[in-house]
Write a protein that binds this ligand. Structure first.
Ligand code: HEC
Length: 147
């Protein structure tokens, strides 16, 4: 009996296309925009507009800029479990946050200083033990800020 060809004729063109996509990196995860990574890794909980779910997921709109402006808040944004344990590398998380914080606003007084990859890598490896007590502290610091 003759053996079947390893690749049936019908599959060969499909494999060629798949190969081309891989080679050109058209769908390579590293190339995804911050917006796409947000859609894939964050918005399931945070929703497309960052509004979250009342009582479960905080509303990030008009809040991340305030967080970034108080001591410890910039770090918190990286260390919160959703960011720190995202299945994204440090370069991707950095790009994502540098897009997300200004996108959610409000403008950080004095301007938002973009995260560096080194900073994000270092911070996300220092996990927060307790999120809520720290968040309450930051909430108080934000309230004490001149508006
Ligand atoms: C499984 C649901 C879930 C996913 C996915 C998720 N988060 Fe979150 N996120 C939360 C919850 C819940 C909180 C509130 C703090 C906590 O309990 O961790 C939070 C808090 C935050 C905060 C702090 C907001 C504040 O006002 O305190 C930031 C920033 C954040 N997430 C960013 C992200 C980013 C960026 C991603 C994607 C890479 C992401 N999260 C993915 C559920 C999620």
């Amino acid at each position: 009996m003759r053996g079947r060809p390893a690749v049936p004729w019908i599959a060969a063109p499909l494999l060629a296309v798949a190969g081309a996509v891989l080679v050109t990196g058209a769908t390579a995860p590293q190339d995804r925009s911050p917006r796409t990574n947000y859609a894939l890794h964050c918005q399931g909980c945070h929703l497309p507009d960052g509004s979250g779910k009342p009582g479960a997921v905080p509303d990030m709109r008009g809040e991340l800029g305030r967080l970034a402006a108080v001591p410890g808040g910039r770090e918190f944004i990286v260390q919160v479990p959703g960011t720190a344990s995202a299945k994204l590398d440090d370069v991707q998380v950095t790009a994502l946050l540098n897009w997300l914080v200004p996108a959610m606003g409000p403008p950080v007084p004095g301007g938002f200083r973009p995260y560096t990859v080194e900073e994000v890598g270092r911070l996300r490896r220092q996990r927060l033990k307790q999120v809520e007590p720290l968040r309450s502290e930051l909430r108080r610091a934000i309230a004490a800020q001149p508006s």
